[in-house]
Ligand binder design. Structure first.
Ligand SMILES: [Zn+2]
Length: 119
């Protein structure tokens, strides 16, 4: 399923919001470059967690999926490497939940993305 795209009006609103956030970050940091960096990094990290869940949640899910799939790729059925297997969301907006994810090879993920026209 393709990810929801913003309409031109929604995109314009998102850009206004982004501009407001940038202005607030500048105001909060009072020209202190180090402080601006720290605020920006904090907001970035938290928004990333909103979209991708915290690393501990993904790590636990990866272990569960590994056991559930017996260490085999959900696309090609071959053995997965111990590290660098991809926890793939079936529907990105649903997030990292057990029924919405599968563990696959990086190569299988790249081929799958390409086939869907994401690259
Ligand atoms: Zn594979």
């Amino acid at each position: 399923m393709a990810n929801r795209q913003l309409s031109p009006e929604e995109l314009a609103q998102a850009n206004v919001l982004l501009s407001e956030i940038r202005t607030k970050l500048e105001t909060l940091s009072h020209g202190d470059r180090e402080l601006l960096f720290a605020y920006r990094r904090k907001v970035f990290k938290e928004l990333t967690y909103d979209e991708r869940s915290k690393p501990m949640v993904r790590r636990k899910l990866k272990d569960q999926k590994w056991k559930e799939q017996r260490g085999l790729c959900a696309i090609c059925g071959k053995e997965l490497p111990e590290r660098y297997a991809v926890l793939d969301r079936l529907i990105a907006a649903v997030g990292y939940t057990k029924p919405n994810t599968r563990l696959i090879h990086q190569e299988c993920d790249a081929k799958h993305q390409e086939a869907k026209g994401y690259v």
